[in-house]
Design a protein around this ligand. Structure first.
Ligand code: HEM
Length: 424
């Protein structure tokens, strides 16, 4: 534990404040000078400690003493939580469960969401990417700017997870709107009553939608994940209620596109900002994607709660106290990654902690990697003239780091005389 707790407080407060994630990396570098983890004792932040070293982050995520928020913890804090559909739905998911309940739900999803299923999704990923690139070519004809975030980085993972679950493509934009409202409420800073009311409505609508779809697939199974889930529950090996299915489907859909969108987004400026970016990506897409996940990861902060009085790397913690787990910082830990602020797809033993570790390790890591490894090369191969356009707009969240919009051009500017401008 560092003695200079005041510094850690200042840095974590700066990260959590508006704009803190616009450029967190100098702040992470300062944290690494303090060690692996620090107590945050002023009481001004909701967290009693922060874990930011790679070893500390890995250790805390694997340690069952540290739990995620669940219904049991919520009860004393918010006895009326059952009146809020958004809380009920989330608390019914593996992301907000611990121990046996978590294991029971996760086992069902692992049974049907297998590496083989991810492999079977590969033709879908390629087909969806090709379709989106066709549209971008049309939109970008004559040098017009296209928003890569809206037209590709979001649509690709959203359509892929829609295909996985068996949701019609036409329903995806409705889903995104609902999920965005819930994400607004989930982000630590936006918790006003109107934000909660909107999130409640969105969760209630999604629940109705999914319950209906589950009933349809139960009556007439198809080749999608929801059909497989209902079949696995029906054969009696997995006891998961319909409302638990809904909670997990909600977090799965949400967790899949709201993170992968930023893997695609954060990769692009890196690719285009370096003279050998394209060649490096095409040489070894897997290594390239892994380095994007390390260097500019989509999800930077997770929360753990001490399930009893304990000590973590010298930091004393009382039962119920929160620890901010900074995965984005861990990926830049100089003790784990040589020259951590250098983007280097060739770095040896590159194992970023971007998908977490331990019991809650990302269920969709293989799918996210597959999407990026297949689709990013398609983007650069399709558009040799791809270039960044006008000023991008960044998101301003504490947890997720990425772009709201990222204008690009994909073809040369057509001048008034009709000839292509080679510089465009
Ligand atoms: C680049 C993209 C992604 C990143 C960076 C990411 C990151 C993470 C992380 C760090 C966790 C652990 C959370 C914790 O320990 O509290 C997690 C959990 C989870 N992720 Fe992902 N994820 C990504 C894509 C996906 C995709 C594509 C899916 C689904 C298709 C998905 C589904 C989930 C689920 C269901 C959990 C909860 C697992 C549990 O609580 O047992 N994620 N993700």
């Amino acid at each position: 534990m560092t003695e200079i707790t005041g510094d850690a407080e200042r840095i974590v407060a700066a990260l959590a404040a508006g704009g803190g994630q616009l450029d967190p990396y100098p702040l992470y570098a300062e944290l690494h000078e303090l060690g692996q983890a620090s107590a945050l004792t002023s009481g001004k932040l909701p967290y009693a400690a922060a874990a930011y070293g790679y070893r500390a982050v890995d250790q805390i995520m694997r340690d069952a003493t540290f739990e995620v928020h669940d219904a049991l913890r919520l009860e004393p804090m918010s006895p009326t939580w059952r009146e809020h559909p958004v809380l009920v739905t989330l608390m019914n998911s593996m992301m907000f469960s611990n121990g046996d309940r978590h294991g029971r739900m996760r086992a069902l999803f692992r049974k049907v969401f297998t590496p083989r299923r991810v492999q079977e999704m590969e033709p879908d990923v390629i087909a969806i990417a090709a379709e989106l690139l066709d549209r971008i070519e049309l939109l970008g004809a004559g040098g017009a700017e296209v928003d890569y975030m809206a037209e590709f980085a979001y649509l690709l993972p959203a359509r892929v997870v829609g295909r996985l679950l068996g949701l019609p493509d036409d329903d995806i934009s409705w889903f995104r709107a609902q999920v965005d409202v819930i994400n607004d409420w989930l982000d630590f800073r936006r918790k006003g009553p109107e934000v909660l009311a909107a999130a409640d409505q969105a969760a209630a609508d999604i629940t109705t939608y999914y319950l209906d779809l589950i009933a349809q697939r139960r009556a007439k199974p198809e080749g999608d994940l929801i059909s497989d889930l209902t079949r696995a529950v029906a054969d009696g090996t997995h006891q998961v209620t319909d409302l638990e299915l809904v909670g997990n489907l909600l977090v799965l859909f949400n967790a899949s596109f709201s993170t992968t969108i930023h893997l695609f987004g954060n990769a692009l400026p890196l690719l285009l900002g370096s003279s050998d970016g394209r060649a490096q990506l095409l040489k070894d897409p897997a290594a390239y994607v892994e380095e994007v996940l390390r260097y500019d990861t989509p999800a930077h902060v997770f929360i753990r709660l001490a399930s009893r009085d304990t000590e973590f790397l010298g930091v004393p913690l009382k039962e119920g106290q929160l620890v901010a787990v900074l995965t984005g910082a861990a990926n830049r830990d100089p003790r784990r990654f040589a020259e951590p602020d250098r983007f280097d797809p060739d770095r040896p033993d590159n194992q970023p902690i971007s998908f977490g570790a331990g019991a809650h390790y990302c269920l969709g890591a293989a799918l996210a990697r597959t999407e990026a490894q297949l689709a990013l090369p398609m983007v650069v191969e399709r558009f040799p003239q791809l270039a960044l356009g006008s000023e991008p707009v960044r998101t301003d969240q504490f947890i997720l780091r990425g772009y709201k919009s990222l204008p690009v051009t994909v073809s040369s500017l057509v001048t008034a005389g009709g000839s292509a401008d080679a510089s465009g």
